[in-house]
Ligand binder design. Sequence first.
Ligand SMILES: C[S@@+](CC[C@H](N)C(=O)[O-])C[C@H]1O[C@@H](n2cnc3c(N)ncnc32)[C@H](O)[C@@H]1O
Length: 241
Amino acid sequence: MTEPAKVQRHYDEMAEIYDRRYTEGTGQSYHRHISDQVIGWLPPGGCLLDIGCGTGLFVERYLERGGHGIGLDISPKMIERARDRAPLANWTVGTGESLPFRDNTFDAVSSLLAFSYFKDPEGMLAEVFRVLRPGGRVALCTLGRNFLTAGLPAIHTLGELARVRQVGMGNFGEHYYTDAEMESLFTGAQFVDVRVKRCSFAHLNLARPVYHLARRIEPIVEKRLPYLAYNICATGRKPHP
Ligand SMILES: C[S@@+](CC[C@H](N)C(=O)[O-])C[C@H]1O[C@@H](n2cnc3c(N)ncnc32)[C@H](O)[C@@H]1O
């Protein structure tokens, strides 16, 4: 089975668990924190494409701010739940590396917690550049590489062997990016006004009291010790010709 097919099957099986994980307790608080960063970079009220949209959490937030848009995901079951969440939005099954949209269609493109799965990140960003209108902006957030995340792929592989049924548990050949790699991918794709920022220290897998402690010191970590933050967020603008 190819890795994208394996990712699709995993999220098809996990759709219900995934949705609960990020709409309750620490999962909801973690997801809100990273989406605050991404949404803050995007123009409000425009036409959004969310790639790897999952169960539609980010599209729902963008719509609440007066925008409209479409979510795309490789997993039909995740898309089913997204459709239940926001029936008025548009949803489609597809892959981020080959977007079924015309050139210059969107004001904003987002992608949360999905970029690490893309086998061809250059191809995905070239597609994002193509479908954005001139002046439009992309913003994404994914797991970044640091000493805390470096061991995760091995843990995920072991989890798969031990048949642990948990979101993200499996050998999917994920890649976690450094700031320099992310910046080079964005500038290589012709984006301008590129910014890269580390985000989040309180991870939802932490026990509740530790999570709340980590949440308290998160702003300090993000500002003064950014290499300790789990996620990496990046944004860029498509220039006018
Ligand atoms: C961790 S979930 C994130 C979902 C959502 N963005 C969120 O923040 O809740 C990763 C999602 O990326 C999707 N995905 C992975 N590879 C993809 C690809 N090549 N094209 C489109 N979606 C993909 C998965 O199916 C899954 O729904």
